[in-house]
Design a protein around this ligand. Structure first.
Ligand SMILES: Cc1cc2nc3c(=O)[nH]c(=O)nc-3n(C[C@H](O)[C@H](O)[C@H](O)COP(=O)(O)OP(=O)(O)OC[C@H]3O[C@@H](n4cnc5c(N)ncnc54)[C@H](O)[C@@H]3O)c2cc1C
Length: 352
């Protein structure tokens, strides 16, 4: 008997399946094998973001759970997936500098922010006319190797099917069924493609396309993540990844000349020395963002045998591990889900 049929092997479906399997459940995960947002993503975890330096909601709970999950996976697969690296936040204006100064006086933020450095302290080939500070507890997840290890693990457990899941093949009555499988519940984790889901498409998704580049260069750079409105991750001393664009209009996965130029121009402002680069890779994906910037998790209000685990937007690496635990508690023990994540907050918009 299959307990859970999970649709989508992105980071959401994979980590939820992993959590449920750890708790002794029998899971089958279905994916069409196409490239997804999780594989394109840079996997950054940055607890304090934006021009106003705001701490991500619940980061004090989410971050320890994420680190614990990725270190458990590293032990299991004998391979590191989460790379902790400090981040230099380069101020782009005097007001950013003032905002950072205010946060530094707030006790809540001190674990995440280092001291403000004046422009004169600039490091290796970086233009920092308004100064910068070092952010702590930042890093990035190597999503591609993690998803490929998990896929091999699911296949070995006979828990993976490559298929295009057609919603019309779901039978709800007299009992839940898809093809030859009669699971207790189906959990949809299709990323931005949930906008096609007949049971959950009315939830307020707001998909956002993003592009990122991988470049090779010969310039000396600090071995730190850089954040200058966009971000730069040093993969090794000659290879960097930069991103990411935000485009709500053109919801496709085509890499564009415009996206590339926007990213290179932004890079040029903080490191004019980095003009001599070779383009190695240019990818685009669609983030499953939501209108209120919170995940969409929960059981369908009328059909409790179908559920959704989605809406992780630009913060999947940080949010998915803890949310997988929360949702496994809901599914197995009936524990209530925190309101901010629960789709109940949107029930009146569901046409059911
Ligand atoms: C350019 C870019 C940069 C990003 N950077 C970061 C970052 O730095 N940090 C961060 O935390 N997040 C980042 N993200 C966001 C991150 O990718 C998402 O939060 C996360 O990957 C969402 O995972 P998911 O599993 O919900 O969706 P997805 O990864 O899209 O997975 C959904 C899966 O479902 C499958 N699927 C859908 N429908 C069907 C169907 N009918 N049948 C079969 N299979 C189906 C898809 O093929 C796919 O494999 C970025 C995203 C992009 C695009």
């Amino acid at each position: 008997m299959i307990d859970f049929l999970i649709i989508g092997q992105g980071l959401a479906g994979s980590l939820l399946a992993w959590e449920l399997i750890q708790r002794g459940c029998k899971v089958v995960i279905v994916d069409n094998g196409q490239e997804n947002a999780s594989q394109v993503a840079a996997g950054l975890i940055n607890p304090v973001t934006g021009m106003r330096f705001v701490k991500s909601a619940d980061v004090d709970t989410l971050l320890p759970a994420a680190k614990h999950c990725y270190s458990q996976l590293a032990d299991f697969f004998q391979q590191a997936f989460y790379i902790e690296k400090p981040m230099l936040r380069i101020f782009r204006s005097g007001s950013e500098l003032i905002n950072a100064g205010k946060r530094l006086n707030t006790p809540d933020y001190q674990a995440y922010l280092g001291d403000i450095q004046p422009p004169s302290n600039a490091t290796d080939n970086l233009a920092t006319p308004f100064g910068f500070l070092e952010q702590r507890q930042t890093g990035y997840l190597l999503t591609r190797p993690l998803l490929s290890c998990l896929k091999a693990f699911f296949i070995a457990k006979d828990s993976y099917r490559q298929a295009d899941f057609d919603y019309r093949d779901v039978q709800l009555q007299p009992s839940l069924r898809w093809q030859d499988i009669s699971p207790k519940q189906i959990i949809f984790c299709e990323g931005h493609q949930a906008t096609q889901n007949p049971w959950f498409s009315y939830l307020p998704f707001q998909p956002v396309k993003g592009e990122i580049l991988t470049l090779e260069h010969q310039t000396q750079l600090p071995d730190k993540i850089l954040n200058y409105g966009n971000w730069l991750i040093p993969l090794n001393s000659h290879r960097i990844r930069i991103g990411a664009t935000f485009d709500r209009e053109n919801l496709n996965t085509q890499a564009t000349e415009q996206g590339k130029n926007d990213l290179l121009n932004a890079l040029n402002l903080i490191s004019p020395g980095l003009t001599q680069t070779t383009l190695i890779d240019h990818l685009a994906g669609i983030r499953p963002c939501t209108l209120d910037k919170q995940p969409l998790i929960g059981l369908h209000p009328q059909h409790n045998e179908i559920a959704i685990f989605n809406g992780f937007g630009a913060k999947g690496s940080l949010q998915i591990p803890k949310c997988s635990q929360y949702f496994a508690d809901v599914l197995l023990n009936g524990t209530p889900l925190p309101n901010t994540y629960n789709i109940q907050r949107h029930y009146e918009k569901l046409r059911y």
